[in-house]
Design a protein around this ligand. Structure first.
Ligand code: AKB
Length: 318
């Protein structure tokens, strides 16, 4: 991975990955793209940025050729809750964007990364210690596009020899860019509200455990997987990865250690709760550990300390 094009670069993962890769590879070797342009965002102002709608295959190919990239990191997609509200749009964007990224990678022989998700599992999947290879019958449109995406990436690898790689991300927690439209977003919102008001009403019910990860570990996972020895990758397109699993009460308890007056209430959103109920409690990441050394650094307490410190500064409450 020497020169990279990134789609969806203004999103939660993209904005942090761009910053990291500009440091690792040099600013001229990171081509950030997104469907929108935000004039005051460092992704746009601090390096190469191009407007790209991932459904525009010609432009995607043209940009990849123009900058002579060797790697495609395809992040643009709709998340679970938004996708459930507009399933046809989600199918069109998530699958249309992916096939364009795969075709561009095939034509130019690029290495390619696609994020899958814990959403690739469904109600009939074993919920505890969910294995790497198991039943995948998701009942959400987002999950359907993730399973189809995993299979399509496998297909492009075996049929055309494209070096496709990917992980199943859990909920990602970060303070720089909001996730926007996911089921696990409560675990980000809670920190903002803790600082702003000292109270949060969770849209996910008590007792609902989901896998989570702090964004620095997610960024390390992408970089490490893309730099790993391809010969060792058996499950190349959809590694289970996770750093922790908790329910809203457990997260609130971690916040209370830093902010003893914080209180948690509940205002459950039935639509997002239904999605959460279809996902595992915790997944088994041992294949990622064995095959390419996945090793998250942050647990719930370390993440909470760091999140609160940074958000206090961001929100002017330090
Ligand atoms: C979502 O909640 O949709 C995402 C995910 C787990 O893929 N954070």
């Amino acid at each position: 991975m020497k020169k990279v094009i990134i789609t969806g670069a203004l999103g939660q993962i993209g904005s942090e990955l761009v910053e990291r890769l500009r440091k690792d590879l040099g600013s001229d070797n990171v081509i950030a793209t997104d469907i929108r342009e935000l004039d005051d965002n460092p992704v746009v102002t601090d390096g190469i940025f191009e407007v790209l709608d991932v459904l525009d295959k010609d432009k995607m190919l043209e940009l990849a050729k123009k900058y002579q990239v060797d790697t495609m990191i395809h992040l643009a997609s709709l998340l679970s809750a938004v996708a459930e509200n507009k399933p046809q749009v989600a199918w069109h964007l998530n699958m249309g964007g992916l096939i364009n990224a795969l075709e561009t990678s095939r034509e130019l022989q690029l290495k390619m990364f696609m994020p899958s998700s814990i959403a690739a599992f469904g109600p009939s999947t074993p919920r505890d210690g969910t294995p790497q290879v198991t039943i995948q019958r998701p009942n959400t449109m987002y999950g359907v596009t993730k399973v189809a995406g995993e299979l399509l990436c496998d297909y492009y690898h075996t049929k055309f020899g494209v070096d496709t790689r990917g992980v199943r991300f859990p909920g990602l927690i970060s303070y720089k860019t909001l996730p926007g439209g996911g089921t696990t977003d409560y675990a980000v919102d809670i920190y903002y509200e803790a600082i702003k008001t000292g109270h949060y009403d969770s849209f996910i019910a008590a007792g609902t455990k989901m896998d989570m990860m702090y964004i620095p570990d997610a960024i390390d996972a992408i970089v490490n997987l893309m730099n790993a020895d391809g010969e060792k990758l058996i499950h190349r397109n959809a590694y289970n990865i996770t750093a922790m699993s908790f329910d809203p009460d457990e997260l609130a308890a971690a916040i209370k250690k830093e902010m003893p007056d914080f209180t948690l209430g509940y205002n459950v959103d039935p639509a997002r709760q239904k999605i959460a109920d279809s996902w595992p409690n915790w997944i088994d990441a041992s294949d990622a550990k064995e095959e390419w050394g996945f090793k998250p650094k942050y647990d719930i307490d370390a993440m909470t300390k760091d999140m609160l410190e940074h958000l206090k500064v961001k929100l002017g409450k330090s």
